[in-house]
Design a protein around this ligand. Structure first.
Ligand SMILES: [Zn+2]
Length: 81
């Protein structure tokens, strides 16, 4: 695999947009085995559609969070393909 990506791509398969957000969810393992952490990088559009998917396994430490990648606005979004 080449690691050419300085710009992260959206995690959604059909999407080639640059990822702008990280969506993070921490929930309880099915059999109380501990916490599961899931994090995916998504473009703005898909991040907006993202929602908590494991509320059924929430617990006191449950987290659902959307963080922007990098600081501030994305500069010079040149995509050389
Ligand atoms: Zn996307």
């Amino acid at each position: 695999m080449t690691d050419e990506a300085s710009a992260l791509e959206c995690y959604r398969r059909a999407c080639e947009d640059a990822a702008e957000f990280r969506v993070y969810e921490r929930y309880q393992e099915e059999n109380d085995l501990g916490a599961v952490e899931a994090e995916v990088a998504l473009c703005r559009r898909h991040a907006a559609e993202e929602r908590p998917s494991n509320l059924g396994r929430s617990y006191p430490g449950y987290v659902f969070r959307v963080d922007p990648i990098g600081d501030g606005p994305v500069e010079g979004r040149e995509q050389e393909l």
